[in-house]
Design a protein around this ligand. Sequence first.
Ligand code: PLP
Length: 387
Amino acid sequence: MIKLIKSTFHHEAQTRRALADFILHQDLLSMNGQCRRFEETFAARQGRRHAVFVSNGSVANLLLIQVLVNQGVLRRGDRVGVSALTWPTNVMPLIQLGLEPVAIDCALDTLNISPQNLGRHVSGLRALFLTNVLGFCDDLPALRALCDDHGVVLLEDNCEALGSSVAGTLLGNFSLASTFSFFVGHHLSTIEGGMVCTDDDDLYEQLVISRAHGWDRNLTPDRQQRLRTEAAVDDFHAKYTFYDLASNFRPTEINGFIGNRQIQYWDEIVDARAAHFARFQQAMAGNRDVHQLDLNHMDTVSNFAMPVICRTPELAEKYRAEFEAAGVEIRPVIAGDITRQPFYRRYVAESTERPVARLAHTNGFYFGNNPDLTEDELTTLCDLLGN
Ligand SMILES: Cc1ncc(COP(=O)(O)O)c(C=O)c1O
């Protein structure tokens, strides 16, 4: 069986042994130095000024939107563009916090929002919470320029695209802030985990506050002092003063420890995923039953999972059956057309057509791209793709 998720960690056995040893010998397991070190290493590796480690990618999204609402950057009722092909917890925080998602269709050759598609919706938007779908992107520099021209705040959900780059820049670095997931099966696993990255000092401070109850304990002493002075808080109450709307989104030292080990394999993981993707794409190139991807504009395609979008529903049925008969675990492309999900229909009233997301929903599926795929497994997958 070629499973969607093949392993919990890259270099699984060594990581598990080191983790067992860490747990046996470490006194404090709640958020502390391991988490801080992982944040610093991750920020440096991603090329962002700040990184805030949280318990998963979904709450990375929720925390980011909560803080932007707290700051007044986003206000109740604002329209926020999202990718029609995305994960539910990219969209749910918007609804939960009183914003209005606007699902924008993707382009067939990138499965991501294109400048043309954004152009149709951009004038009414306050922000765009773009998903870099499956490790791919469309013309991100042009999308950013379009957002800048229209005063739209660009945010990136980069949970599926760690290590991908375009125009010499890593995805996740085109926006005010970007989010990452470290769930098992993602590029870098801490079992559960997520990150918010930004270059903005104020946003960073608010993310740290709202990650943990709304208090100031994880800020630097000078930042704490400034807040305490502004709010006229005395020493006795300082540690139990809550500055803004928050929750508890903290990770543990266990997640931090794993992150510090796995991040050493960043290049290995990204290179393997990119190399597998190149082979899959080549194998699929002559196959006229499926739509071809065009990602030549990207420098690195650190692919999350390999999508197959068939030309007809009948072909989709045939290919899904063939993959399953060959022992390949497959699933819908992310969550399919997000506007067809019951939660979306329940809370968002709109009827715009999104033909490409719909096509991916009805005629598509994906299988996992794991850095540990064996040569035999790669051959099986390529044979299936080539028809
Ligand atoms: C685009 C996107 N956003 C957010 C998430 C949520 O991440 P997590 O599973 O860590 O909560 C995922 C998870 O797969 C995702 O693909």
